[in-house]
Write a protein that binds this ligand. Structure first.
Ligand code: SAH
Length: 346
């Protein structure tokens, strides 16, 4: 029988489990704290728990999440990219970014991805499997252990489509924000989606303070379809309607990500169309110079066209920033490093 994934259990589930093995429910909180606050690596570290219970946990459950296999530190800005191995041998990647306001980690939510965005390296081999809540948590725990520094922000923007693994991602958010665990604030978390409309609505219904980012990348459906197959399923109109629902429910602004690809979506008229689309919406646009990947011939927009694009949005009173490129020298963009590692180890 497979061992129980104890790190993915919330406090109530843990208490129920302990009662089921004839332990007192109050032990649940202690065990939860050991796992999520003190981030133990083995049950023998739980000093206020009886040897007998530790033995039972050892036999019935597993703590293992991820194992660091490689890391690259950017010489430019200290951004660190980690490759982690999962229990079944699959490799995932996470990125640590150091900002003045604290450390932020970009985690993966799936092994691979099935969304097929044309410019993205994570999707080239399709989806292998969903990540468990424990495997998402452990990316952060392992990075804290490796650096000895606290992580205060989490962006679910690594490999995978978080809303294609909705339940596990929501459980991860519940666990990482738990006051008896790592206790990261909901406001410190951002989930990014390519636009799965029904899930955006479901997420809005939860009325959390977790930030929502939408990968838009185009101001109209025709252009979006060229870049993102998901645009064949949901129109921009549907996405905007879902975003307005999120704003109504949470009173929080939405971030629209827009990767600028030379001569595809970076012209003046595109900036104007985007402004018209977002007029009056509580939002912020994050312009990302596309990171060219080997397998496709998309080019990064010139600095001048990026600046012009930004200026036009500003003129139209749209909140906009250009995402600071980090870790360029370590191939920190989505899926690039994992791809390279897989190629050299196969
Ligand atoms: N699936 C989710 C989250 C992962 S991708 C989503 O689509 O939002 C995180 C962000 O990086 C998305 O906006 C994605 O479109 C963008 N991205 C992926 N590959 C990129 C590349 N090569 N250059 C620039 N942005 C990229």
């Amino acid at each position: 029988m497979d061992k129980i994934d104890i790190k993915s259990k919330n406090l109530e589930e843990l208490e129920e489990f302990l009662v089921s093995i004839e332990e007192k429910a109050f032990r649940g909180k202690q065990v939860f704290q050991w796992i999520h606050q003190k981030q133990i690596r083995g049950f023998d570290e739980m000093t206020n728990i009886s040897k007998d219970l530790r033995q039972k946990l050892e036999t019935d459950t597993r703590l293992f999440g991820v194992k660091e296999v490689e890391k690259w530190v950017s010489a430019i800005d200290g951004t660190t990219k980690y490759l982690f191995e999962l229990q079944d041998g699959h490799i995932i990647e996470s990125v640590l970014m150091k900002y003045k306001h604290g450390n932020s980690v970009c985690i993966s939510s799936q092994v691979g991805c099935r969304m097929g965005c044309r410019f993205c390296a994570s999707t080239l081999d399709g989806l292998t499997r969903n990540l468990l809540p424990s495997e998402m948590l452990d990316q952060i725990y392992a990075i804290e252990r490796s650096t000895g520094e606290r992580v205060s922000n989490v962006v679910i923007m690594g490999t995978g489509e978080p809303f294609d693994n909705f339940d596990n991602v929501m459980k991860f958010i519940e666990l990482i924000t738990h006051k008896e665990g790592k206790n990261i604030s909901q406001r410190g978390i951002t989930v990014s989606t390519c636009g799965l409309v029904p899930r955006i609505k479901e997420f809005a219904e939860l009325e959390t303070a977790v930030n929502l980012a939408i990968s838009l990348h185009a101001p109209n459906d025709d252009m979006r379809k060229e870049l993102m197959p998901i645009a064949n399923r949901y129109s921009i109109t549907q996405i905007m309607e879902a975003c307005k629902f999120y704003i109504k429910k949470t009173n929080r602004r939405v971030t629209f990500e827009y990767s600028l690809v030379a001569n595809v979506n970076d012209k003046k008229e595109h900036a104007q169309m985007l402004s018209d689309l977002l007029k009056g919406v509580l939002c912020h646009v994050n312009l990302i110079p596309v990171n060219p990947i080997e397998e496709r011939d998309y080019q990064q927009s010139t600095l001048k066209s990026i600046q012009n694009f930004k200026n036009l949005l500003e003129k139209n009173r749209i909140n906009v920033t250009i995402r600071r490129e980090m870790g360029r020298d370590i191939q920190a963009a989505c899926g690039q490093l994992r791809k390279k590692y897989k190629a050299s180890h196969s």
